[in-house]
Design a protein around this ligand. Structure first.
Ligand SMILES: [Zn+2]
Length: 72
């Protein structure tokens, strides 16, 4: 789950990049760039919130399914 969220954040923040910054540098340079550009930070925050909401929804659905099948 955490792995998926991280992958989604990476994909999304790249796809949604509005600035013309260099995205082909080293991993560290890219990370520094991602956390220093407000547009990327905004997308990362949005993705993190969506990931958190998704985790809560999944947990609720799992609990509802357990109740449905009679296991406490
Ligand atoms: Zn950028």
């Amino acid at each position: 789950m955490t792995r998926t969220t991280v992958a989604l954040v990476a994909l999304w923040s790249n796809a949604a990049s509005a600035d013309m910054g260099d995205h082909h540098g080293s991993l560290v340079a890219n990370l520094m760039h991602l956390v220093s550009q407000p547009d990327h930070v905004a997308m990362i925050a949005a993705a993190a919130i969506l990931g958190g909401v998704g985790a809560v929804v999944m947990r609720r659905r799992a609990r509802a399914a357990r109740r449905m099948f009679g296991k406490q």
